[in-house]
Design a protein around this ligand. Sequence first.
Ligand SMILES: N[C@@H](CCC(=O)N[C@@H](CS)C(=O)NCC(=O)O)C(=O)O
Length: 261
Amino acid sequence: MTTLYTFAMSHFCEKVRWALDRARLPYEERLLSPGPHMLQVRLMAPRSSVPLLRDHGRIVQGSSAILDYLGNERGVTDYRLDGASAERIRDWEQRLDNGFGLSFQQLFCASATGVDAHIVKKLWGHGGPLWAKALYGVAVGPLNRIARRTYRAHLPGSFEAAAERFDRTLDSVAERLDGRRFFFGAAPGRVDITSAALLGPLLRPDNHPLPSPGLPDRLARFVAERAAHPAFSHAWHMYEAHRYAAAPYRLGHLGRHEPVT
Ligand SMILES: N[C@@H](CCC(=O)N[C@@H](CS)C(=O)NCC(=O)O)C(=O)O
């Protein structure tokens, strides 16, 4: 039995979801509720973060570690890092995890103010139990303040600092792609999946598994100003052509993911 523990809105979880779907491995997705998740995850692993994979008793935490595990232990050779470009692929993945993944968390937390509480409530509550929705109904303010501190988004200038890192990463992606369709080789690989999945919540493509409730105003303006960037075009293309078309499986609910034969 393979279980992936996620947050519905998490882009790092989407990276692993996409990798599993593309490898056509059946699994069950267990959606956790941010906040109360800490106890559940810490009972299984050293840190409280998702994604976390439980595969026939083995626990693997962290998106890149899970992709490594799929490559090395589950025979998904596309994700194995052992060729000539292994180091460069690893380096790119880390760069995107920081430059897009972490920066997005900071941009979101720094821009989500009190008026955006309805967005935060929907994102956190999506797919979760009623008691969690009720919890967010009354405690979204304090929980949001904890999230802002966790990602150091409460500090003055944090939005600008994250935006600068994000922009540098966007430009380095454009430089790398420079007319290529994919980062390495002739087919999408782990870096392409990473880049597109981590940009997913900003671009909100129609076939993203999380129906997006929108973005805080400041963040929506930030995205609109960069709409034509080649790194965004790559992510749009990845969602359009490679998210489900190349990996069809039963969709429509988060939960059981089974390849369609
Ligand atoms: N580097 C980690 C980052 C994971 C991460 O930041 N997860 C967030 C959700 S997007 C999380 O679980 N935050 C809550 C926590 O750490 O308790 C990965 O690649 O999996």
